[in-house]
Structures are given as structure tokens and as C-alpha cells.
Write a protein that binds this ligand. Structure first.
Ligand SMILES: NC(=O)c1ccc[n+]([C@@H]2O[C@H](COP(=O)([O-])OP(=O)(O)OC[C@H]3O[C@@H](n4cnc5c(N)ncnc54)[C@H](OP(=O)(O)O)[C@@H]3O)[C@@H](O)[C@H]2O)c1
Length: 249
């Protein structure tokens, strides 16, 4: 049985990724930052030395120093390292769809933070894998989940305003989780873009309507012109199921 060390298991996406790995026979070990602080270098080193692992999947937020530290340890042990980044490394100033060679131009703090993480990783581990993903959705749970966010908006305002000019990068969390598993099992170094909207090109309005129908939500959705951005991520190497097959709408 292979063993993977995962960070971010107290988050939204992490538990779904862990479940996918377990389904495929992996043992999952958690790095919980509340128990072993990434700031405590001595404890980190002791914890790392105690691990017998075959791969690392780093999903937690946390410093770029931690992302680089883990990447370097994986390089020394010659084991796969996957870091989860975001479509937000691209600002709306320039429209997508974005290929992996597109220059990053994040203007907001989150996109800039992920950009720094990516750079810290490449600096120490050219064999790393970095997967950029869009806003995720899933029928269970709260957290950073598009479905839960829309539900909350509908509950609070009685209506959801969804832009017809935003073409988001997005995926169902289970499809993303399966893609992470494929990446780690293949261990082919490089940068990856994972987006179920790459070919469908659904606007946020169309997506919200499809989620509404598919999950029988009964939301009231009105089209808006609030935000314009083609945020889609292109990459033909890892094909996620398109939204049109995932959501029967
Ligand atoms: N969900 C999405 O739609 C989406 C979209 C694009 C990219 N991503 C990326 O995917 C990854 C997982 O996303 P998620 O939605 O599961 O995020 P999340 O729900 O916000 O969970 C974040 C995880 O990181 C941990 N964390 C937060 N601050 C930390 C710190 N300073 N040091 C160490 N750990 C820290 C959290 O632990 P505690 O909460 O226990 O403190 C939690 O386990 C993230 O890297 C995120 O940027 C997610």
C-alpha cells in the first residue's frame, strides 16, 4: 500500500481528495498545522523524519516558505510533490482561456500569494507538480464551495445575481480529486491546468442555472453584467469531465 502525506484536510477540498486516494488503495497521513506548526522548523524536521511516505499532496494555505520547504524535502527523497494553486494567478485585465505558458498577472493578495508559492516551489524542486484549479463545487459541505456560496446568497437576498460576462474556471471537487490522484500516480513533473469549463465555456449565469436545475435548488437567478472575465484554464493533458456531462441541465 502506498502512503501519501496530505495538508489541508481540515479544509473544504482536502477531505474529498483524501477519500479519492483511499478509494484507490492509498493510505493517507495528515499534516495538521494545528498539531505541527509549519513555523516550528525543529518540529517540522522531526515530523518529516518520522514519515514513511511515497508522495505529498499540499493543499493547505500557509506560507510560501512551507510550500518550498515541503517541495525541497520531496526533491531530496525523490518522491512526487503536488501543490494546489489557483486560476486567480490570472487577473481579469487580460482574458483567457489561459494556457500553462501564459504570464501570471495577479493583482489581488490571494493570487499574488499563490504566485509566490509557485515560485518558491520551482526554485527548489523542478520535478514538482503544480495544479491550478478554479472555484470548486460539491453537493456536501460548506467552506469554499460555489454551491454553498450560491445557496447563502439566495437565502440572504432572495435572489442570485450571476454575470453573463464571467466564464469561470470551475470543477466538481470529486473530478478535481481524481485528477490529483492521476497526477501523483503518473508523477510527470510540471504545471497543470484543471478546468471542467475549458471547452463548454459556460458563463457564471449559465453555470448557476445548471447547478440550480441539477441540484433542484429552487433559487431565483437573474443575469447581471457585474463582472467580465474569461477565466478558463486550458490544458489537454489531464481531461476533467466537462460541466455539460457532470451537470444534467
Ligand atoms: N475551494 C476552491 O474553490 C478552491 C479554488 C481554487 C484553489 N483552491 C485551493 O485549494 C486548496 C484547498 O482549498 P479549500 O477550499 O479546501 O481551502 P479551505 O477550505 O480554506 O481550507 C484551507 C486549509 O488550509 C489550512 N490553513 C489555513 N491557513 C493556514 C496556515 N496559515 N498554515 C497552515 N495551514 C493553513 C486550513 O486549516 P484550518 O482551517 O484548520 O486552520 C485548511 O485545512 C487551497 O490551497 C486553495 O487555495 C481552492
Amino acid at each position: 500500500m502506498k502512503t501519501v502525506l496530505m495538508t489541508g484536510l481540515t479544509g473544504t477540498l482536502g477531505p474529498i481528495v483524501a477519500a479519492q486516494f483511499r478509494l484507490r488503495g492509498w493510505e493517507v497521513i495528515e499534516w495538521n498545522h494545528h498539531h505541527v506548526s509549519p513555523e516550528d522548523k525543529e518540529r517540522c524536521e522531526l515530523f518529516w523524519q518520522s514519515l514513511r511516505i511515497d508522495a505529498v499532496c499540499h493543499m493547505a494555505m500557509g506560507s510560501e516558505e512551507w510550500a518550498g520547504w515541503l517541495a525541497q524535502r520531496c526533491a531530496w527523497r525523490n518522491i512526487p510533490y503536488l501543490f494546489v494553486s489557483t486560476a486567480m494567478v490570472f487577473d481579469s485585465e487580460q482574458d483567457g482561456p489561459y494556457g500553462i505558458f501564459q504570464d501570471r498577472n495577479a493583482k489581488d493578495a490571494y493570487g499574488q500569494y499563490k504566485t509566490r508559492c509557485e515560485d518558491a516551489i520551482w526554485k527548489v524542486n523542478p520535478n514538482a507538480m503544480i495544479a491550478r484549479i478554479g472555484w470548486q463545487f460539491h453537493e456536501g459541505g460548506e467552506g469554499n464551495n460555489m454551491l454553498a456560496h450560491l445557496e447563502q446568497q439566495n437565502n440572504e437576498h432572495g435572489v442570485i445575481r450571476a454575470s453573463v460576462g464571467w466564464f469561470p474556471a470551475t470543477s466538481h471537487m470529486e473530478d478535481t480529486a481524481f485528477a490529483f490522484l492521476q497526477l501523483i500516480e503518473r508523477n510527470d513533473a510540471g504545471l497543470y491546468h484543471l478546468d471542467s469549463n475549458a471547452n463548454d465555456r459556460w458563463s457564471f449565469f449559465e453555470l448557476a442555472c445548471a447547478l440550480n436545475t441539477h441540484f433542484k435548488k429552487g433559487w431565483r437567478i437573474i443575469p447581471s453584467e457585474d463582472y467580465h472575465h474569461d477565466q478558463r484554464l486550458e490544458d489537454e493533458r489531464i481531461a476533467l469531465p466537462p460541466l455539460s456531462s457532470r451537470l444534467n441541465a
